[in-house]
Design a protein around this ligand. Structure first.
Ligand code: ATP
Ligand code: MG
Ligand code: MG
Length: 547
């Protein structure tokens, strides 16, 4: 179902078109290339691209690259890949840094009109003098500089005559404004750093609050959609557009940002985890980055459906991570083959099965989708079952294997456990069972019933596989002020070595399967080789979560 409920932003846009306030809807996704995109960005991407499409408009991808210190071409490339993978195509591809000259000229215009001044105060002094919610700020001693002096100083800032932090350009608005964002915000700072796009051409860089509205105006953006923390900046956004005399007037609208339980959307934390090698890169399957979710096995369809269900709102706290899981389960359920995989193997010898015999047993590829057809799986005297499908001393209502009990092997026969083989330490290492040839699956046998069905693989022909099982990246916030990095869950990754059905030999990176009774798995694209298959747990089969 792709129909979309209306929301306040869609209503505003409909109204703007109806009243001819705008003639064309133009949105943009404006990432700063200082890290990889995460699921929060996916929300913003889906909203911007889907809304524009619905109204026959356009969406640009614009790199908001106005901070040379943290940005890198690696991120520029990764961000483009992630957006394409999510299924979107941008109209224009822009870099804010391409507008540095125009931004500079607009700042000169502000100075000429007496709307901006060069300040010699340090960042600390400026912060001190800014005042509080209840107290007005203090005017800077530099606030009364003449237009000529400001023009000269600003030009000299550009030409590198001053060190980092020695001077800034500030808007001259109102140091007593109830909105602290309007208390002469900084528009330009000095930074002698090499920029990923403009190299050493510039040593002054515009601040976000000045640059962003100009970028929107230059590109003809009609509706500039951003997250709620920018709401208080909206008056400044409008001030910049007006005072810089931009011919096109964009408007900013805010919606609530996405946060998820069990994890955080923090590039800072992600970078720290990557640099300390706590995780295997930005695309580690535990990371809520788009590349991490992709490697984990999430699909673009599942992420888009999740964002659609979230809608656009102004409120709401953390979204339950299980809601995202619900959508991947729904997406894969009827799409992917089902197979048997044994994660923690226990060998079973079927003592009455002929030594050299192998038979091929028919099995459905996906029992809910008959069109996916049938396959054959080998069965012989030695198989592996799951360790947890056997208990020597079972509690009541345990229907799996225990001494004297009979269970059904999925797609095969009933087997009964007769003997338990243990090692010196008393660990169960092998079971001896017998099978009943009468009970073959599909034979119509009704002679007796068993309560448990377990999965298995043929021991000789199964392929060894590594299974990576995941838990939440972070342990719950106990409200004790611990740093994020100290909340990283030490059990977030568990590695197991088991076996898979032989026909999965053909599985390619990013292929997905449902392993019977376990969950959905993705073939890891980084660590899988032809001789070593690695399966990432995407999501377990069941959850109590309801939409
Ligand atoms: P940082 O503050 O580290 O730069 P950021 O999350 O602000 O990170 P940007 O690249 O500046 O990252 O964000 C690009 C766009 O994505 C912005 O429009 C921002 O509002 C939006 N965005 C970022 N995080 C979320 C989120 N959690 N939910 C919805 N939108 C988000
Ligand atoms: Mg940012
Ligand atoms: Mg931010």
């Amino acid at each position: 179902n792709t129909s979309i409920a209306s929301d306040f932003i869609r209503e505003i846009i409909s109204e703007d078109l109806k009243t001819h306030k705008v003639t064309e809807v133009v949105t943009r996704f404006p990432p700063e290339p200082n890290g990889y995109l995460h699921i929060g960005h996916a929300k913003s991407i889906c909203i911007n691209f889907e809304i524009a499409k619905e109204f026959n408009g356009k969406t640009n991808l614009r790199f908001d690259d106005t901070n040379p210190l943290k940005e890198d071409a690696e991120y520029v490339k990764a961000i483009q890949e992630d957006i394409k993978w999510l299924g979107f195509e941008w109209d224009g591809l822009f870099f804010a840094s391409d507008y540095f000259e125009e931004m500079y000229q607009r700042a000169v215009l502000l100075i000429k009109n007496g709307k901006a001044y060069v300040d010699d105060q340090s960042a600390d002094e400026i912060r001190q003098a800014r005042g509080t919610l209840t107290e007005p700020g203090q005017n800077s001693p530099c606030r009364t500089r003449s237009v000529e002096e400001n023009l000269d100083l600003f030009k000299r800032m550009r030409h590198g005559e001053f060190k980092d932090g020695e001077k800034v350009l500030r808007a001259k608005i109102d140091m007593a404004s109830p909105n602290i964002n309007l208390r002469d915000p900084v528009l330009y700072r000095i930074s002698h750093a090499t920029h990923h796009n403009t190299g050493d051409q510039w040593c002054i860089y515009p601040m976000y609050a000045f640059a962003h509205p100009l970028e929107d105006a230059i590109e003809g953006v009609s509706h500039s959609l951003c997250t709620l923390e920018f709401r208080d900046q909206r008056p400044l956004y409008d001030w910049v557009i007006r005072e810089c005399e931009m011919p096109h007037v964009p408007h900013q609208y805010e919606f609530s940002r996405l946060s998820l339980t069990d994890t955080v959307m923090s590039k800072r934390l992600f970078r720290q985890l990557v640099e300390e090698k706590t995780v295997d890169g930005w695309d580690d399957p535990r990371m809520p980055t788009i590349s991490g979710l992709r490697r984990r096995g999430f699909t673009p369809e599942s992420i888009r459906a999740f964002v659609r269900e979230l809608g656009i709102t102004l409120g709401g706290g953390d979204v339950d991570y299980r809601m995202l899981e619900y959508f991947i389960r729904e997406d894969l359920k009827l799409k992917v083959p089902r197979a048997m995989g044994v994660i923690r193997p226990l060998k079973v010898v079927i003592t009455n099965y002929p030594e050299d015999q192998v038979e091929m047993l028919p099995a459905e590829v996906n029992s809910e989708v008959p069109e996916m057809g049938m396959k054959e799986i080998p069965f012989s005297r030695e198989i592996y079952i799951e360790q947890e499908d056997f208990m020597e001393n079972p509690p009541p209502k345990y229907f799996r294997l225990f001494p004297g009990n009979e269970v059904r092997l999925k797609n095969a026969y009933f087997i009964k456990c007769n003997d338990v083989v243990k090692d010196e330490d008393g660990n169960v290492v092998e079971l001896h069972c017998t099978y009943d040839p009468e009970t073959k699956s599909g034979s119509g046998f009704t002679g007796r019933k068993v309560k448990g069905t377990i999965h298995w693989v043929d021991a000789k022909r199964a392929i060894p596989a590594e299974f990576r099982l995941y838990e939440a990246l972070l342990t719950p916030d106990e409200g004790d002020g611990r740093e994020l990095i100290d909340r990283v869950n030490p059990h977030s990754l568990q590695v197991e070595h088991g076996y898979i059905e032989p026909d999965l030999q053909m599985a390619q990176p990013q292929d997905k399967f449902q392993f019977f009774r376990h969950g959905y798995f993705n073939v890891d694209p980084k660590d899988t080789t032809p001789d070593h298959k690695v399966f990432n747990l995407i999501v377990a089969l069941k959850s109590s979560f309801q939409i």
